[in-house]
Ligand binder design. Structure first.
Ligand code: ADP
Ligand code: MG
Length: 140
């Protein structure tokens, strides 16, 4: 078992509906510790920079406009196998395919407005954490 850190974002559809506490309870109940957290309203340019990996996908404009449409909560989750554990708690990208009890099954509105982001691998987790946080902001 490895202690990892992963980047989590509570997306605009969830902050609009006042779901940040209920979503974070799911992470904490799964053994993930929130070791850094802040609420931001991303500019379109910031959303485009964060999701640059998807710039050629047909949903890029929809995704980045959505991510800049209202505040988000960006946070770092820490725990055993945190990257995979977070993805398991999140559920499948499309809530129609998500398992019962997952965040996306309970809260997501659609494949686009799906309430949470989570890093998918150690290298992207490190890049995504560094996009939003300095080392001083990771408080354990
Ligand atoms: P995940 O967030 O599960 O890692 P992806 O990395 O494939 O999923 O996609 C990033 C985000 O882009 C998704 O969480 C979702 O908000 C959006 N997205 C993915 N596929 C679609 C789609 N077919 N239509 C609209 N938005 C999409
Ligand atoms: Mg992804």
């Amino acid at each position: 078992m490895t202690i990892q850190r992963t980047l989590s974002i509570i997306k605009p559809d969830a902050t609009r509906r006042n779901l940040t506490g209920r979503i974070n309870a799911k992470f904490e109940d799964a053994g993930l510790r929130i070791v850094a957290q802040k609420r931001l309203h991303l500019s379109l340019a910031q959303a485009q920079a964060f999701y640059a990996v998807h710039k050629d996908r047909p949903f890029f404009a929809e995704l980045t406009e959505f991510m800049a449409s209202a505040p988000v909560v960006v946070q770092v989750l820490e725990g055993e196998d945190a990257i995979a554990r977070n993805r398991a708690v999140m559920g499948a990208t499309n809530p129609a395919n998500a398992d019962a009890g997952t965040i996306r099954k309970e809260f997501a509105l659609s494949v686009g407005e799906n309430s949470v982001h989570g890093s998918d691998a150690p290298d992207t987790a490190a890049q995504e954490i560094a996009f939003f946080f300095s080392g001083l902001e990771l408080v354990g």
